[in-house]
Design a binder for this molecule. Sequence first.
Ligand code: NAD
Length: 370
Amino acid sequence: MASNKKLLVLPGDGIGPEVMGQVRRVVDWFDKRRAVGFDVAEGFVGGAAIDAEGAPLSDETMAEAMASDAVLLGAAGGPKWDNLPFEQKPERGLLRLRKEMDLFANLRPAICFEPLVDASSLKPEFISGLDILIVRELTGGVYFGEPRGIEDLPDGSRRGVNTQVYTTAEIQRVARVAFELAGKRSGRLCSTEKANVMETGVLWRQEVQKLGDAEYPDIELTHMYADNCAMQLVRNPKQFDVIVTDNLFGDMLSDEAAMLTGSLGMLPSASLGAPDVTGRRMALYEPVHGSAPDITGQDKANPIASVLSFAMALRYSFDLGDDADLVEQAVNNVLADGFRTADIMQPGMKAVSTTDMGTALVAALDALAA
Ligand code: NAD
């Protein structure tokens, strides 16, 4: 058996512990049934960490995250901690992880599971078979650029400023992730910016093209303005394979693409850092949804987004594409068998709890491996 992979599980707040409980069952299944072993540690993040350790992420947990092969996170935040000062809020735990692990590439897939094809707001023919991946730059751009702020003007009015800024290195490192991923998929990459009106867009386009010409001549690279990309995603999403874009446009395009296919309870994500000398990358996997205080503690939450996030860890941190496929196939089979948590319930289907969905997923894995 290969050496064990080190996983840090941070269930967090609200439904986080409920959905991560089901992920643990899937991790255990792989530990027992496949040629991959995991050493799983668990820690606190968010409000749970504030309550247990006095800060939204302790130094010990941060150090453990840095030493792990992958971090699996549930969700952070909730009404109990809403009135804390900004610096002490649960979400700061998540921001600290992203910053100190330098997670600059955010991966958001939009995959249509056939049994849910009718749940989309688009016609089935547009999304049936859809499988696209948006790579968003996560640590630069207008959300972080200086100068920023709100200032008072002499005439008594005010001015708000944010700065969009990108360097060659920032563009190249996220583009490199996208080229590599495109190479493992259908070999097509669409780079998206606003080169028609923004200098950062011109630089983005030039640098991505330069990198493609120099290092990835086999990848079919196209460029598209971000506003057109937003339109094309609802007009004909299947024209895309991998899309790479900056922080601001990626924020919107990844939400748009993800919602083509379904509910928040179905959407996974990965955030990756740069590879070290051994090729190991810092990596954080988490569902797109939050802590869902309205359904917390009711065994109602859909664990599939978190389970699919673990599948992304198998694929991107451990290079276990077949095992990731197995998880995705199990999700598909469970949906095809009619199992639905409340958020994806459809007429004639079987309403199940969080725990029942976990049980069905493990049974589907058993059946696939038999
Ligand atoms: P949310 O994603 O928690 O919930 C939005 C809606 O979707 C709710 O009606 C919820 O019940 C439903 N929902 C979400 N996940 C679901 C699941 N797995 N299964 C079934 N239904 C699901 O967003 P919100 O209500 O805006 O935020 C709640 C809290 O979560 C806030 O404190 C917010 O700051 C935090 N939050 C955290 C993260 C994170 O940890 N990454 C992300 C977003 C929000």
